[in-house]
Design a protein around this ligand. Structure first.
Ligand code: GTP
Ligand code: SPV
Ligand code: MN
Length: 596
């Protein structure tokens, strides 16, 4: 071990964990292609990975998780702060001492007969002062191969760490993939994550949700910055200027799609372009010029497969064509390629559905069954993305003009509105609600409050997190503070059809948002904030799809429905008691007064 680092905190922590889990071998992930290639081959030899058609999908692999292990498990995710009060009313909490004891009992001896992989990784460009380092121990080749896509991985990370003790400890043990003993535990006060009995994405790729959101949100609170569940996109306008937008939508609510959107024809002609900086996580801090800057700490995309196609998101699709890993999608046995719902209209006849059952895909679909799991995913290197921003590696990040919140709501929430000011914007984010999706285990389609899309990811008390937002606003010159908006692409008519075309056409809304930031368009002040005049949302090219009447109706503020909403918000806020920031209380009072 001494060959790779002399860092005592690293070596002693690993020694302890080796004594606990007792691996047969220890392998350090060095960041070389040779090692990755060898691990792919080993993964294929055991059936853990399936090599796909190397002509059509070079360096691409398929992986199937256990059928009971296909999504994040929020009910089994814990924030282990010293006191329950620090974790707050929206997190599951366990006392750290008791949690370590329980987890160590589960993990003990669990690597016997297995190899321990030591993955040094950097969230953010290696060596940037805004980046943070972690080490994940895992007994899963799938985890190693995914982390090598999603993060900057290898021995140069250890060099950048030097003798520092400032790194996040991560222990992952597959154990028996027993759902009854599955725990995803964060110890924000110890910079530690322990995940046992899962082999699925967000539960086990510890750099992602566990570190870059749960631990990092806590670090940001203590250190004066923010970790958010936000995409980052650059919108290039016809005048050549690029404006950056961060948007927070809950899981499977459209971040990847918005981050990579292709402008509608008319916009393309006029010179609009969209560049992707990130599709899931933003780390945000104030720059020397007083503006907020965001970096994407990740190095790849762990994106939702179903619904991704040549029309909805060609950039994501292209990103998956080389060096990608597909999880829980279907396989076309004739071509040895992959398929999922919404890829095209031709399910493979000679197919394996996502668990590996051989079937006739056409008949299978006719029976109303899915070939791919609804939360099947691709892991794709960022560098594959045709619209990757030239600022992707910029260690300072990009300056943010607007924050956009949004969710999936069939009713109520209008297509877009703007908050009156920063604190009202924090209220808009704090009171977001959205229909649940397949990204987490449990019921789908149930409306729940998901503040800032961080409900499953905030590593401390949600009211402290809101206060942190408000405090950051206080340090910003109002001219430089990003403007705050809310969007909803998911309004449905009474027949259950989406009323807004979405995807590339969402640029029409982004255009209005940027014009508002630049003071170039008026808006109508309503009870909930500023709403566009329908004439100011460009319908050129979608006049048939979205009538003016229909646009009017998705821009409408229905006071009766909003009164119910205000009552729901009041109920939700009660959870936070005295800790609810006064500014949010005031915004609620204003909303109620405005609604009359
Ligand atoms: P996570 O990776 O779970 O955080 O999700 P995400 O927010 O990146 O979601 P993603 O962009 O992958 O979208 C998830 C689902 O929403 C896909 O099935 C998309 O097809 C669908 N979707 C995305 N954008 C739109 C849109 O503008 N309109 C409609 N109707 N559906 C959309
Ligand atoms: C999400 O659920 O928000 C994801 C996927 O981005 S996972 O990494 O599984 O959490
Ligand atoms: Mn996400």
């Amino acid at each position: 071990m001494e060959n790779y680092t002399t860092n005592k905190s690293v070596l002693s922590w690993i020694e302890d964990k080796v004594a606990l889990v007792k691996p047969d071998n220890i392998v350090w992930i060095d960041g070389t292609n040779e090692q990755i290639e060898a691990l792919r081959a080993e993964g294929c030899s055991t059936g853990e990975m399936i090599k796909l058609n190397q002509e059509l999908l070079p360096d691409c692999y398929l992986h199937r998780t256990a059928v009971n292990d296909v999504a994040r498990v929020e009910a089994r995710t814990f924030i282990c702060t010293k006191t329950k009060a620090e974790a707050g009313p929206t997190n599951n909490w366990m006392e750290p001492g008791a949690a370590y004891e329980m987890l160590y009992d589960i993990a003990r001896d669990s690597y016997k007969g297995r190899t321990m992989y030591v993955i040094p990784y950097s969230m953010g460009p290696v060596g940037s002062k805004f980046s943070k380092i972690g080490i994940e121990l895992t007994d899963s080749i799938y985890v190693v191969l995914n982390m090598a896509i999603m993060t900057r991985t290898g021995l140069d990370v250890l060099k950048a760490l030097g003798d520092s003790d400032d790194w996040v400890r991560g222990l992952h043990c597959k154990c028996q993939i027993d759902p009854e003993k599955r725990y995803i535990c964060q110890f924000p006060q110890d910079n530690t994550i322990i995940s046992v009995n899962s082999g699925y994405g967000g539960n086990v790729l510890l750099g992602k949700k566990c570190f870059a959101l749960r631990i990092a949100s806590y670090q940001g609170w203590k250190e004066g910055w923010q970790a958010e569940h936000m995409l980052i996109l650059g919108l290039k306008k016809p005048d050549g200027q690029i404006r950056y937008i961060c948007a927070a939508f809950p899981s499977a609510c459209g971040k990847t799609n918005l981050a990579m959107l292709i402008p509608p024809e008319g916009y393309k002609k006029n010179g609009y372009e969209v560049w992707t900086v990130g599709d899931d996580i933003s780390w945000i801090r104030k720059g020397p010029d007083g503006r907020l800057y965001a970096i994407n700490p990740e190095n790849g995309f762990f994106g939702v497969a179903p619904g991704t196609n040549e029309k909805s998101n060609p950039n994501a699709l292209k990103s998956t064509m080389k060096g990608a890993i597909f999880t829980n999608v279907a396989r076309n046995l004739d071509t040895n390629t992959v398929w999922w719902e919404g890829l095209d209209k031709n399910p493979p006849v000679n197919a394996e559905e996502w668990t590996g059952i051989k079937c006739n895909g056409v008949e299978w679909k006719a029976e109303g069954k899915n070939l791919a799991h609804p939360n099947s995913r691709f892991t794709a290197p960022a560098k594959n993305c045709p619209c990757l921003s030239s600022e992707f590696e910029n260690p300072q990040g990009v300056p943010i003009s607007a924050f956009v919140f949004g969710g999936r709501r069939a009713k109520l929430a209008p297509l877009v509105y703007q908050s009156r000011d920063w604190n009202h914007g924090v209220f808009v984010g704090a009171t977001m609600a959205s229909e649940t999706t397949a990204a987490a285990a449990g019921a789908v389609g149930v409306v729940r409050r998901d503040p800032m899309a961080m409900l499953p990811f905030c590593g401390y008390h949600m009211a402290d997190y809101w206060q942190h937002w408000i405090d950051i606003g206080k340090t910003l010159d109002p001219d430089k503070a990003p403007k705050i908006f809310n969007v909803n692409w998911f309004r449905k008519d009474d027949e259950g059809n989406f009323m807004w075309p979405g995807f590339g056409d969402n640029l029409r809304v982004l255009e209005w948002i940027i014009k508002r930031c630049e003071g170039k368009v008026d808006a109508q002040e309503t009870a909930i904030g500023y709403i566009p005049y329908a004439k100011d949302i460009n319908r050129e090219g979608i006049e048939d799809e979205v009538s003016l009447e229909s646009l009017d109706s998705i821009l409408d503020v229905d006071k009766a429905l909003w009164k119910d909403e205000a009552a729901g918000i009041e109920e939700f806020f009660k959870k936070f008691g005295d800790k609810l920031p006064a500014e949010l209380k005031e915004s609620l009072a204003t909303l109620k007064a405005n609604l009359g």
